[in-house]
Design a protein. Structure first.
Length: 395
């Protein structure tokens, strides 16, 4: 069961990289968050089973500095989902301070030979444990304080992210709202299957001094650990309940899943009609700004023009720009860009620019990078090649 959960977690992370990375770089933050949850669950399983003291020796305590970054990783991923692009701010340095302190303070434990750690954990399911093993493992701050800090810091970030997502979905368009719904669903699964069991284990350890041994708790001291630790292995499997998000499929904003309807019922009750009107108004305003940007200064003649460039210049989330093209005017951005460029090329040809310029020169002036893409776009828009159009005009 242990290694099955590890394998499924790694497969999911690989799928997220394959399907998201090209258009969704912030997914690396979620992958970090997900892997950190996985290794925390793995520690519970190893403590419960005592089957792999070597792996436990490498993970336990060593994971604390990385676990302290779990909350910040989720926070900046949440901001990126809400804004539709990679979003970092100046507070990131404050967010990583606890992790840096942990790295420095836990140096004495890092210097303990790994063979000693493995030997210690080999006895973790017996009553022969050396209770002083962790006594001098931290330079300034006791390990117990770091365990407390992990729960407090990550819980604060976790529930603040849920709050931000619920708040943002009220103002989001349909596409971003569905993405937020998926993330809220995944966080709900993690809350039930990983967070709550971890909190139960934590409070048992720290509220029963007889069972507290420098943060080490095993099945011999806490029999329900078997049930709680196995419970956490379900998390990676239930992520598969969100295939549209996992595979980064094109979201159909008008198709409502049962989860979407559930959130709409409980979060949007007084706002459904109001938001429908506000959403349409926002879509129209954004589309007007986008089209003005394209046509006023003929930005479409820029050969490097992309949705990312439009998003950056107008400070509109990239997902919303895509939505305006695909769902509002129902013309994909590449096709509209080519139409505008071909119209400019026709204008040049009408002015007999082909008498002084080559076809490739006209293509470059119209915003195309080479003649072949110009020919393909011209035939797609006009149904004939540029030379055919010139010959037909001259007849």
């Amino acid at each position: 069961m242990i290694y099955t959960a590890i394998l499924v977690t790694l497969v999911i992370c690989l799928m997220l990289i394959l399907y998201h990375w090209k258009e969704n770089k912030p997914i690396i933050l979620f992958i970090y968050f997900f892997l950190t949850i996985g290794q925390r669950s793995l520690i519970y399983l190893l403590l419960e089973s005592g089957s792999d003291p070597t792996l436990l020796g490498y993970l336990f305590i060593h994971n604390i500095p990385f676990s302290l970054l779990m909350g910040p990783a989720l926070y900046y991923y949440t901001l990126s989902v809400i804004h539709g692009k990679f979003h970092l701010n100046k507070w990131i340095w404050i967010a990583i301070i606890p992790s840096i302190i942990a790295f420095i303070s836990l140096e004495p434990y890092f210097e303990i030979p790994i063979s000693d750690k493995i030997q210690f954990f080999a006895k973790s399911n017996t009553y022969e444990i050396d209770s002083d093993f962790f006594k001098h493992a931290s330079r300034w701050i006791p390990i117990r304080v770091f365990q407390n800090a992990m729960l407090f810091i990550n819980s604060t970030y976790y529930f603040y992210c849920i709050y931000l997502l619920i708040k943002a979905r009220k103002q989001a368009n349909k596409v971003i709202k569905k993405r937020i719904n998926n993330i809220l669903g995944i966080l709900g699964v993690i809350t039930i299957l990983t967070y709550l069991p971890a909190v139960l284990i934590y409070f048992f350890i720290y509220s029963n001094s007889n069972f507290f041994m420098n943060g080490i708790i095993t099945m011999n001291y806490f029999p329900p650990l078997r049930f709680l630790s196995l419970f956490t292995t379900l998390t990676p499997f239930l992520i598969l309940l969100f295939p549209n998000w996992l595979y980064a499929n094109q979201i159909n904003a008008n198709q409502q899943s049962k989860w979407d309807l559930f959130l709409m019922k409980w979060l949007d009750k007084p706002l459904i009609e109001t938001e429908k009107t506000e959403s349409n108004t926002t879509d129209d305003d954004d589309l007007e700004r986008i089209m003005e940007y394209l046509k006023t200064d003929k930005q479409y003649l820029n050969p490097n023009l992309s949705i990312h460039e439009i998003s950056k210049s107008l400070d509109i989330p990239q997902a919303r720009v895509t939505y305006c093209f695909n769902k509002v005017i129902k013309v994909p951005f590449p096709r509209l860009r080519n139409q505008l460029r071909i119209e400019h090329a026709i204008e040049l040809l009408t002015q007999n620019a082909h008498l002084s310029l080559s076809i490739e020169g006209i293509a470059m002036q119209a915003g195309f990078k080479n003649k072949s893409t110009f020919y393909i776009a011209f035939k797609d828009v006009k149904g004939m090649t540029p030379m055919d159009w010139i010959n037909k005009r001259e007849i």
